[in-house]
Design a protein around this ligand. Structure first.
Ligand SMILES: [Zn+2]
Length: 106
């Protein structure tokens, strides 16, 4: 599963960053294309047996950045979301990371 690889990479990065110190809380950001429930299940699978096993996870949904074809306005949303200014179609100019570690406490 796609989320499993993302979760394993995030766990490995955090284990590295904390040098194996026990982590109490972590804030994770997921992009618009990622299912939070699947990501959470994958996270628990990947975190088992590591210093992250017992940590409390806060999930945040992050948006992509789009630009409107019609008026040029930039706005946050998901692919195919319409421009809030004119209702035109926009294109994703910067996609959010699929799974990113935002913050943690030890
Ligand atoms: Zn527009």
């Amino acid at each position: 599963m796609h989320e499993a690889g993302l979760a394993r990479a995030a766990v490995a990065a955090l284990v590295d960053a904390t040098a194996g110190e026990f982590v109490r809380t972590v804030v994770l950001a997921v992009g618009t294309g990622v299912d939070v429930d699947s990501a959470a299940a994958a996270w628990h699978g990947a975190a088992g047996g590591t210093c992250l096993e017992a940590c409390v996870v806060e999930w945040r949904r992050v948006s992509d950045r789009l630009r409107c074809f019609a008026c040029g306005r930039e706005y946050d949303g998901e692919r195919l979301d319409l421009c809030p200014a004119c209702g035109g179609n926009g294109i994703v100019i910067r996609a959010a990371d699929e799974l990113a570690v935002v913050d943690w406490t030890t």
